[in-house]
Design a protein around this ligand. Structure first.
Ligand SMILES: [Zn+2]
Length: 342
């Protein structure tokens, strides 16, 4: 008993000591969950926020990969906030297994799943979430911030509602002239929680799996989100998201796509992203099989080159300096590249 307690105290001391060791970067990890999502933010003070926990099953594969980064890379003994972007299996499916492995402080969501009663799988996923979160749920709305020590973590989307006050200029958006619509989405994708992190001149935007027509709502007639330096490609780079009016308006400098070998990574999304003049690089968690030789970035910018079977689950990481400059690193090959915010 005493031994266990002192081990816990040591782990706590290690977690609390690291900001004093001269590391004051904000870090963002894209854990490879094979076409699901698991985006981990570590603040300069060592607070941890995870949006999404990958898939259920595979003997806890995705939870294991998240814990490996939390404990192995960060030295964290707990997760302060889990955000469910929306209630789909590739996002909240891995939560139960994660909660069995590590303590989680609060569970943040957009409200109850809108897919309750749609099918058995949706009901199971929802019941599992409610049982795991218990009385530690926290429903958030656009305009609210996560209560972090120094990091500006602004909720910009939730339950198909968006920021009321635009962040950038608020004139009419010229990119809206050619905006087109797709099929109406009444499901969970369109309810995705989205957030914006600001450090100096740097902005990081993650909109979960927000779907096309809602992306247009965030851009037209006024672009709500201003210009973004680092953009998590919405919906794993699937072509039912990635509305051009939105993507062109936010003018990303760097995009990170959390695709799987056969999930997301659509050639159409690749074409759009690489046509945006501001974009310097697209990084991908996986090489896209569908993308082939013509629609994938330089291999140095891809964390995992093969299929899911036998995949080692390499991650990507962004280190954001207090002045907003940032470096993206590939854990497979150690390749990294630095960028200035716009
Ligand atoms: Zn998804």
């Amino acid at each position: 008993m005493r031994k266990a307690r002192s081990a816990t105290l040591l782990a706590l001391a290690a977690a609390m000591a690291w900001p004093l060791a001269g590391q004051s970067n904000l870090r963002i990890y894209w854990v490879d969950v094979e076409g699901g999502a698991a985006t981990l933010i570590v603040t300069p003070e060592g607070e941890t926020v995870l949006m999404d926990a990958g898939w259920p099953g595979f003997e806890g594969r995705d939870a294991e990969r998240i814990v490996r980064v939390l404990q192995g890379e960060i030295g964290a003994s707990r997760l302060d906030y889990f955000i469910s972007s929306h209630f789909h299996r590739d996002h909240t499916g891995g939560l139960e297994a994660l909660a069995e492995r590590i303590e989680i402080g609060r569970f943040v969501d957009h409200g109850d799943s809108v897919e309750i009663g749609w099918n058995e799988r949706a009901d199971q996923l929802w019941q599992s979430y409610v049982a795991t979160a218990g009385d530690r749920r926290m429903r958030i709305e656009p305009g609210q911030r996560l209560p972090l020590a120094s990091t500006d973590f602004l909720i910009v989307a939730a339950r198909s509602q968006f920021l009321e006050t635009p962040i950038g200029g608020n004139g009419p958006n010229p990119h809206c002239r050619d905006a087109t619509s797709k099929a109406v989405d009444r499901g969970e994708n369109g309810k995705s929680v989205g957030f914006l992190i600001r450090v100096g001149d740097f902005e990081f935007l993650d909109l979960g799996d927000l779907s096309w027509n809602f992306e247009n709502e965030t851009a037209c007639p006024v672009n709500l989100f201003g210009e973004i330096d680092l953009y998590q490609v919405t919906h794993h780079g699937m072509h039912m998201s990635g509305a051009p009016a939105h993507v062109r308006s936010i003018k990303p400098v760097v995009a990170v796509m959390n695709n799987g070998p056969r999930k997301g990574g659509s050639p159409a999304t690749y074409e759009l992203l690489t046509s945006v003049p501001s974009l310097q690089d697209l990084w991908q968690v996986h090489r896209s099989v569908e993308g082939g030789d013509s629609h994938n970035p330089d291999e140095r910018l891809i964390a995992n080159l093969g299929e899911t079977d036998g995949c080692e689950g390499h991650w990507l990481r962004a280190d954001v300096q207090p002045d907003g400059s940032f470096t993206v690193t590939n854990s497979r090959n150690g390749f990294s590249k630095s960028y200035k915010p716009q």
